[in-house]
Design a protein around this ligand. Sequence first.
Ligand SMILES: CC(C)(COP(=O)(O)OP(=O)(O)OC[C@H]1O[C@@H](n2cnc3c(N)ncnc32)[C@H](O)[C@@H]1OP(=O)(O)O)[C@@H](O)C(=O)NCCC(=O)NCCS
Length: 275
Amino acid sequence: MELTGINSTNQSYFDPLLFLDGEESDDVLILLGVIHAESPVAAAAFSIDVKGKVGRIVSIYTRPDMRRKKAATMLMNSIDVLAKHYKLLRMECYYTDNMNGLDAFFKARKFDTHQKNNVESVGVSDLLSNKPIQQMLNNKKPSSSVQKIGLIETNQKEALRKKIESNGYGSVGKGIDEDISMVALPRDECSAAILCSAETLETIIVTVMLLVSFTDNPSVTMGLLIEWIDLIVKQYGEEAQIDFYSVNPSVTSFIHSLATPKADVHVMYGEKSIY
Ligand SMILES: CC(C)(COP(=O)(O)OP(=O)(O)OC[C@H]1O[C@@H](n2cnc3c(N)ncnc32)[C@H](O)[C@@H]1OP(=O)(O)O)[C@@H](O)C(=O)NCCC(=O)NCCS
C-alpha cells in the first residue's frame, strides 16, 4: 500500500472514498489517499484552523474489502506529522456511531470520544407511507413560495443566515450553499428553511442540519417539507435515508408524528490534545 497526496489531477480517482460535506471554512484542507495495486483503497480529508491551532479530521474512509490492513493508520500517521508541522494543540473529529469501526479506530488512536447529539434517522419510504404526506404529495400544486437555496440571491442567503443566527438556531456555515438546501420565501420574507446535504456512504444519506420555521403558520412549513420530500424522492429514490442532526425537542416530536425513526444514531465527537 502506498500513501499519496490528492490533488486536482487525481481527485476524481479518490472521489468515491472522500466524503466532503460542503466547503470547509478552515484555512487549509489537505487530502490524502492510499493506493494498492493501482486502485484507491482509503482517503482522508484533514482541515486546519491555523490561527486556532486545531486540526479537524473531516473524513476518513477505507474501502470495505481492504479494512484492518492499516490503510487508515497510514493516513492518520501522516496526519500526525502534519499536526506537528503546523504546531497544532488539538485534533478533533465528528462522526456518527453508525459509521462502522470509526469509534474503535479513534479510541485506538487515543482520541477521547463521547456522544454529542442525537440523530433521528428516518427512511424516505417510511415518510412516504405516512397518509397525510401521501395525500399532500398527490395534491401538490406548484408553489411559488418554495425555492432551492441555489436559486436565491446572495443577499437573500445572507438574510437567511442572519435570521437563523439571530433567532438562536446556531451559526450556519457554508453548508447553506448546498445544492439541495431549500427555503420557503413567501412575499420575500423567509418563513422556513431546510438545510441539508447528501452523500453516498453504504446507502444514500441525506443529512438535515437545520429544519427551522419562523412562522406560526404550519402550512408554510408543511408546504416546504412536502416540496422537499418530493425533491429527495426524485433525486435519490425511496431507498434514501434522512438523518436529522442536532434536533431540538419540537423538531423531534414533529418527525415522530411523520414516521418512526429507524435506529438511534448518535453524533460522536472525538478529541485529542497534542503535547
Ligand atoms: C474506521 C476505518 C476508517 C478504519 O480503517 P482501516 O483501514 O480498517 O483501519 P486500520 O486497519 O488502520 O485499523 C487500525 C486500528 O483501529 C482499530 N479498528 C479499526 N477498525 C476497527 C473495527 N471495525 N473494530 C474494532 N477496532 C477497529 C483497531 O485497533 C485497528 O488495529 P488492529 O487491526 O491491529 O486491531 C474503516 O473501518 C472505515 O472506513 N469505516 C467507515 C467509516 C466511515 O463511514 N467514514 C465516512 C465518513 S467520515
